[in-house]
Write a protein that binds this ligand. Structure first.
Ligand code: AMP
Length: 510
């Protein structure tokens, strides 16, 4: 099926139901949402976009985002939503890799992004703002036919090789993860609200699908990025409001709510996940915000959820192992099989530590045009998540570590290799290794160990990074060292680097 059929049906059933809001204002109803999607599809068709072609969205959250995304699907094309915080050059690389036919971007970045695209000799950028929506006033394209296993969403995640990989999600996965939301997180009634303070391009963006299917309201905040006060105001305004929040966002929300005269109003569920949530933090969040939390653990390769800690478990303080459960990432959600595998992939016993492996129709179809990486990730039908954990006797999963070197800062993944490669292009940098340092505010921050050929200023390295990678990926601290600790095979020992960093040895701070 074409996933856009959901929008067509909801618009038929409830044309006047509010569909998208911008802040506290309704931006369009379902009839208008479907019209805009069908007209966008017609515009794309006129540009030569055929079913199966890729169309990229390099945009901050705006009300136009969803009609564009559904317009892409309506035309039978494949949406490629890209993190708006990426550097224009990084986004241009994704446009090239996905062979995007059209790349929508914000008006402020049209010029720089077009330049970055031109440097690679690929498509031109099209600014997607309100004026674009006026441009597409015109004929409507009939919904294009698609099969369940035709790609619909290329979800670009950072790769351990330093280059992002395009996770291919089809209608099958999008449909499955939506039903999993109903089955394991919560049901959605007509008029229920989903706020989008987190980027629509990432996992949180998939949370809009259950709301389109069941005629809920998707609300795009007016501020760029996450403003906790605004999120609380929007929840109070719209009522029965839910949203996805990375642990950093939850901490900021708690700080904002702590001094309010009463507990926040209008909240249904805050779904947290995407990075480790410390026990003390969730306990405080429950106390300050109220009984509104559910946790998910997932990854782009198995979208939205692998496991869920439902609200009822988060609130079940009478359970004898309550705190252990609260510190876990919950139990497998309805549509997945979970096992802890050893190095050969064989299942381990309760309590044993190994790699978390998942088998489900939610698992990605593969990485875009990368059969080698796909074969490494999916072995014998099981997705190897790269996360390490253990299951207890009740089937609750505890995450012990992430794939060895991934740094998660502010809920966003940063692969050290990407930052290392950027720093290594500096002529005075001989060697470099990047790790994450635990941080109370961001979860982790990036720390770089650098061996220089000549003394270097931090400002110089900073500027060098900013030229190549997104701002949030640049190191917050540098250690200048004479050599990197290595094993017999010449591999850098990151565990030793973490120990040095924790002791503050050999440090020359910024
Ligand atoms: P992404 O594909 O960008 O969504 O990142 C997925 C990774 O984030 C997972 O493989 C985990 O390492 C981490 N992650 C996701 N959810 C959680 C969670 N609830 N607790 C701890 N880490 C998580």
């Amino acid at each position: 099926m074409n996933i856009a059929l959901w929008l067509a049906r909801t618009a038929e059933r409830y044309p006047q139901q509010a569909a998208i809001a911008h802040g506290t204002d309704v931006w369009c109803d379902y009839a208008e949402f479907a019209h805009r999607a069908a007209r966008t599809a017609s515009w794309l068709h006129a540009q030569g976009v055929q079913p199966g072609d890729r169309v990229m969205l390099f945009l901050y959250n705006t009300p136009e985002y969803l009609p564009l995304m559904w317009g892409i699907w309506w035309a039978g094309a494949v949406a490629v939503p890209v993190n708006a915080k990426l550097h224009e050059r990084e986004a241009a690389w994704i446009a090239q890799h996905s062979e995007a036919h059209i790349a929508f971007c914000d008006s402020e970045r049209e010029h720089t992004f077009t330049q970055a695209l031109r440097d690679l000799g690929v498509v031109t950028a099209v600014k997607a703002d309100s004026s674009f929506m006026l441009q597409v006033e015109g004929p409507e394209l009939p919904l294009q036919a698609r099969e369940d296993d035709d790609p619909a969403w290329l979800f670009y995640t950072s790769g351990t090789t330093g280059r992002p990989k395009g996770v291919v999600l089809c209608a099958r996965q999008l449909r499955g993860c939506t039903l999993a939301y109903f089955g394991s997180v919560q049901s959605v009634e007509r008029g229920d609200t989903m706020l989008h303070p987190a980027p629509l391009s990432h996992g949180g963006g998939m949370y809009h699908l259950p709301y389109v299917l069941n005629a809920g309201l998707n609300v795009v905040p007016r501020s760029d990025g996450f403003d906790p006060h605004e999120a609380l105001l929007l929840a109070a305004h719209w009522q029965r409001a839910s949203f996805f929040a990375a642990p950093t966002m939850v901490r900021r929300l708690v700080d904002a709510a702590r001094n309010l005269p009463e507990r926040p109003q209008g909240l249904a569920t805050i779904v947290y996940g995407g990075g480790p949530m410390y026990l003390a933090d969730i306990e405080e969040a429950l106390q300050v915000i109220g009984p509104h939390f559910a946790q998910i653990y997932g990854q782009g390769e198995c979208p939205m959820t692998i496991s869920v800690l439902p609200k009822s478990d988060v609130l079940d303080t009478t359970h004898p192992r309550y705190r252990e459960r609260l510190a876990s990432v919950g139990h497998s959600q309805a549509m997945v099989e979970l096992k802890i595998g050893d190095e050969s992939g064989a299942g381990l016993l309760v309590g044993e530590v190994g790699e978390i492996c998942v088998r489900s129709e939610l698992v990605m179809a593969g990485y875009w045009r990368d059969p080698e990486a796909t074969a490494k990730a999916i072995r014998g039908g099981w997705l190897q998540t790269g996360d390490v954990g253990r299951l207890d006797a009740d089937g609750y999963l505890t995450l012990l570590d992430r794939s060895k070197d991934l740094v998660i800062s502010g809920g966003t993944n940063i692969y050290p290799r990407e930052v290392e490669e950027a720093l290594l292009t500096h002529p005075q940098v001989a060697e470099v290794s990047v790790i994450g340092r635990p941080d109370p505010e961001w979860g982790e921050v990036v720390v770089a160990f650098v061996v220089c050929r000549q003394p270097l200023a931090v400002a110089d390295l900073d500027a060098h990074c900013l030229d190549q990678v997104a701002r949030f990926k640049r190191p917050k601290h540098y250690h200048f060292v004479n050599a990197l600790p290595k094993n017999n095979y010449g591999k850098v020992l990151k565990t030793e680097l973490r120990a040095i960093d924790a002791q503050g040895l050999e440090t020359r701070r910024t």
